[in-house]
Design a protein around this ligand. Structure first.
Ligand SMILES: Cc1cc2nc3c(=O)[nH]c(=O)nc-3n(C[C@H](O)[C@H](O)[C@H](O)COP(=O)(O)OP(=O)(O)OC[C@H]3O[C@@H](n4cnc5c(N)ncnc54)[C@H](O)[C@@H]3O)c2cc1C
Length: 599
């Protein structure tokens, strides 16, 4: 049985938060007037040890045990139970939630850092945590008074589980095709009927109740997404004082057997088989998708983090393996049979793989934390124009966070597995589990193909303010840290790549006017190009900060850290950003064969 060990890279996490993204600037002022830097350091340290000592030991066993369905009840791995209890006791779910509802009101950036550590420690377990929190936040923003008073705090404390129910057998990416119905019951509530599939955490033994947020259609509502409303549907009914009363006609009829995240229950939920499933409208009628989008945007960052976190965890494991495994001799010494055998970390090709994993992990961290920083800065902004600018970046970068980082996660886990050779493929080592667990992230929360379409058509072509803000930030940077002499060759590659992205954007805009199919064909390579550029930029920003630090007096450990930041940024620019040449060719190709061929 594999021993998964996980020690978070707190040095890099704190560097990104405090030195790159200047998190301290936001403290002591609304909405973070009650937060001090030392408190945040402590939260990060506690979070890191909770991740390594409490969550990570449940990972391999949870994968092996998986979830069991019996007569409508689901048992998730027993090893999760004490971890959930500890999570509840320590209040981790309320970290960024509003203080009025039991939360601690910390910046989103800190929530993101804690999420990275918890996901890396056990991605399947984290799904319960993430969905509950997102459901509670949605109720706080859009729910009725009693939803805020009764349901949100119980979910945020971990006593009850929140879920997100969109998908149906005939409505996946096309959520507007949903057929679940809601009939007014005459007493202000609704009778819900329909079947939702693939619902994460839809049923399990860790919480006393479940609170499902369900998209359903009212009678006479328009077709498509504009006719969907959102309903709160408890598994067990609850009275006005918040006590559980009786079952609410919600039945879990199946769980999926799947490739990875075995400890995460993926359920089929039947609502109202007996005509007595009670639901309550959340927000306004026919506005369900708008409310849900808020929850989905939060969830998209989390899914990107899944890719990044698994990459980071696998890097640490793979480096350790490569330092210990002896095989072959040093290529620099020529081929002599008598030559001493070396650890595989000495082989250039192994170093290429390890650096790829590391650059994807640290680059993903930079992108995801930067996007979370924009959320915090939008919340803190007094000036509506400044707020709108931060929000534009969040809107633009969210599909990139989701899709780029989840693809990078799969690639990184696959490369890390390769470092282990045959041992990577067998379950004595953690690599095969990480690769299996990483593969869901490009799929759920809107497939990466759907993210690419969202980025190109809605975010870039649909609203020029998004791209204008990105370009403004980029050119401001070129005038400041972008003038670094040490990094001049890499910054030149970056600048050329930015021009290439602008050309690709113009070409796709033109194409979209003439031939939507051809534009859509270029959407995915365009998203990857954009992600590579944004990540290279943020890594070079880190390298410029590191370079400035290296000019001063430093201890050996700090010196090594800053030198490694420069090396990772350089590697990314030369070995990964260079992909944008062929990505640009792919975007610009006049070739229609994929559309014209009879497949
Ligand atoms: C483990 C797991 C957990 C999940 N958890 C939840 C959950 O908690 N709640 C929930 O509601 N759902 C959940 N889902 C569902 C998930 O979000 C969907 O599976 C996903 O959105 C894709 O829908 P689909 O499976 O129907 O695939 P489809 O929509 O049939 O897509 C199949 C392929 O076609 C492509 N495609 C489809 N339409 C288009 C289009 N218009 N343009 C371009 N390409 C397109 C897709 O990109 C994909 O490659 C979960 C799924 C899994 C596997």
């Amino acid at each position: 049985v594999n021993a998964i060990s996980y020690t978070p890279n707190l040095r890099d996490i704190e560097f990104v938060l405090f030195e790159q993204l200047s998190l301290s600037e936001l403290l002591g002022k609304p909405p973070y007037q009650h937060v001090a830097r030392d408190d945040l350091r402590m939260v990060l340290e506690y979070g890191a040890s909770f991740a390594s000592d409490v969550i990570a030991p449940s990972n391999a066993e949870g994968d092996r045990t998986g979830c069991v369905w019996q007569a409508g009840r689901v048992t998730v791995p027993r090893v999760f139970e004490p971890v959930w209890a500890a999570l509840q006791e320590q209040g981790w779910m309320g970290l960024v939630g509003a203080p009025e509802f039991g939360g601690q009101g910390l910046p989103r950036m800190i929530g993101t850092a804690i999420d990275e550590m918890f996901i890396a420690a056990n991605p399947a377990f984290h799904t319960y945590f993430a969905l509950g929190r997102a459901a509670a936040n949605l109720l706080i923003h859009h729910g009725r008074d009693e939803d805020r008073r009764i349901f949100a705090p119980k979910i945020l404390s971990g006593e009850w589980q929140g879920t997100m129910c969109l998908t149906e057998a005939g409505a996946g990416s096309d959520v507007g095709a949903s057929t679940t119905r809601a009939l007014p019951a005459g007493d202000g509530s609704y009778l819900i009927s329909g079947t939702k599939v693939f619902i994460t955490a839809g049923e399990h033994q860790m919480t006393a109740n479940h609170v499902h947020l369900v998209l359903a259609r009212l009678p006479d509502s328009p077709p498509g997404v504009k006719g969907l409303s959102l309903f709160l549907v408890p598994k067990l009914r609850v009275n006005a004082s918040g006590e559980i009363t009786e079952p609410n006609d919600v039945y879990c009829s199946k769980i999926e057997s799947k490739m990875g995240i075995h400890g995460s229950a993926t359920t089929v939920l039947n609502f109202g088989d007996n005509g007595r499933c009670q639901g309550f409208l959340v927000g306004e009628a026919n506005q369900g998708i708008r409310c849900m989008f808020e929850m989905m945007n939060e969830a998209r960052i989390i899914v990107g983090l899944q890719g990044q976190a698994l990459a980071a965890a696998m890097y640490a494991n793979a480096v350790k393996f490569a330092q210990e495994r002896i095989q072959g001799s040093d290529i620099a010494q020529g081929k002599r049979i008598t030559q001493a055998k070396v650890p595989i970390i000495r082989h250039p090709d192994v170093r290429r793989m390890l650096m790829t994993v590391r650059a994807l992990a640290e680059g993903g961290r930079a992108l995801l934390y930067y996007t979370s920083a924009q959320v915090d800065r939008a919340l803190a902004a007094r000036d509506p124009e400044v707020r709108a600018r931060h929000e534009a970046l969040v809107g633009l970068l969210t599909p990139i966070c989701k899709a780029w980082a989840s693809e990078a996660g799969v690639e990184a886990c696959s490369q890390a597995l390769q470092v282990y050779g045959g041992s990577g493929f067998v379950s004595d080592y953690p690599a095969e589990q990480y690769l299996r667990d990483s593969r869901i992230s490009p799929i759920y929360e809107g497939t990466n193909g759907i993210q690419a379409i969202d980025l190109l058509f809605r975010k870039v072509l649909g609203n020029p303010a998004h791209m204008q803000e990105f370009s403004r930030q980029f050119s401001d940077w070129m005038q400041t840290r972008g003038r670094s002499r040490t990094l001049a060759p890499e910054i030149e590659i970056l600048a050329a790549s930015e021009r290439r992205l602008q050309q690709a954007t113009d070409a796709l805009a033109e194409r979209a006017r003439q031939d939507a199919e051809m534009a859509a064909l270029g959407a995915y390579p365009y998203l990857i190009m954009f992600g590579n550029l944004a990540v290279a930029w943020l890594l070079l920003d880190q390298a410029a900060i590191a370079d400035a630090n290296l000019a001063g007096e430093l201890g050996a450990e700090d010196r090594r850290f800053f030198e490694s930041k420069i090396a990772v940024a350089r590697f990314f620019a030369h070995h990964i950003l260079s992909q944008n040449h062929w990505r640009a060719a792919q975007v610009g190709a006049e070739d229609r064969s994929a559309l014209d061929i009879c497949l």
